[in-house]
Design a protein around this ligand. Structure first.
Ligand code: COA
Ligand code: AMP
Length: 246
């Protein structure tokens, strides 16, 4: 039976407020749509997209997960910087990525609708549109409920359940490293991810109340077309659970 990509996005007053996606078989479509439409607390427009996927690749495992908690944002960012450098990002560019997320990475100094893509050798920004950025889509857990239960039991949030998918797909698509913290003023945990170190959850990467955030993907510049095709178009489901360490 072919799998479906089911995506929901909602906005309020023209501002994106909620987005989520699932990859499910046809017989789970109704329950999936029912779940997704309950997610946004407030909205004045909602779009549900259902699309048949011609090909879905299976990954045995997501990136392994580690967590680090610090007393101050400065300490956490210094650790994130070191993690990027250890992953193969030159220190100057690692600092530049953190500075971009701190000041708001869009040309107007606000948040973007997707991620910055930075050439890990030159620091050049490669995303075709600097307000939009690049979005990683078409990835889900084969058994989301089981993984969610395992992760929530260990104290992880729903956000981590989803962000781990994005980070895993980016690595499979060729990212050298990624840094992310949310633009949600109430969510201060972020992460650095890379093939070398896995998914490194870091807290707190910003102060509570700060409305800025975003994602920076580091890639080798020559791989841009293949990377974009992979993160935006190829579909993956992840079968196994992550391994955890601290
Ligand atoms: N942020 C801001 N605007 C968004 C958006 C996002 N994440 N996703 C969609 N939009 C808006 C934009 O205006 C976009 O137009 P653009 O392409 O010019 O930016 C428009 O909706 C259409 O976007 P499209 O990419 O066609 O949407 P889609 O139907 O493929 O759905 C989502 C994409 C919503 C599923 C995806 O963005 C998403 O949110 N995935 C889940 C990510 C997640 O799990 N996050 C939590 C953990 S970090
Ligand atoms: P969030 O963790 O959902 O708050 O997202 C943090 C930032 O990541 C947003 O401000 C966007 O710039 C970017 N972003 C959101 N969704 C995606 C996605 N699917 N792929 C890549 N970047 C995203």
């Amino acid at each position: 039976m072919p799998l479906l990509s089911v995506r929901m996005r909602a906005s309020l007053g023209g501002k994106h407020v909620s987005g989520a996606e699932r990859i499910v078989s046809r017989d789970r479509l109704e329950e999936t749509v029912s779940e997704l439409i309950r997610r946004p607390r407030e909205f004045d427009e909602m779009v549900i997209t259902v699309e048949t996927l011609m090909e879905v690749e299976t990954l045995d495992r997501p990136l392994p997960v580690r967590s680090h908690t610090f007393t101050t944002v400065a300490e956490a960012r210094e650790f994130a910087l070191g993690t990027l450098v250890e992953s193969g990002v030159p220190e100057r560019l690692a600092r530049e990525a953190i500075r971009l997320l701190e000041k708001g990475p869009s040309p107007s100094g606000g948040v973007m609708r997707g991620a910055v893509v930075m050439d890990v050798e030159t620091g050049r920004r490669l995303e075709p549109d600097r307000e939009r950025g690049v979005r990683t889509v078409r990835i889900d857990w084969e058994d989301r409920e089981k993984i969610r239960e395992e992760m929530v039991k260990r104290g992880f949030t729903d956000r981590t359940v989803d962000a781990l998918l994005i980070a895993t797909k980016n690595v499979i698509c060729g990212a050298v490293a990624e840094i992310c913290w949310s633009d949600d003023p109430d969510y201060t945990t972020g992460y650095v991810a890379s093939p070398k170190l896995g998914y490194v959850r870091i807290s707190p990467l910003k102060e509570r109340g700060d409305p800025l955030g975003g994602r920076v993907y580091f890639i080798k510049g020559g791989d841009l077309e293949r990377f974009l095709e992979c993160v935006e178009r190829r579909a993956f489901i992840v079968r196994g659970s992550p391994s955890f360490s601290s």
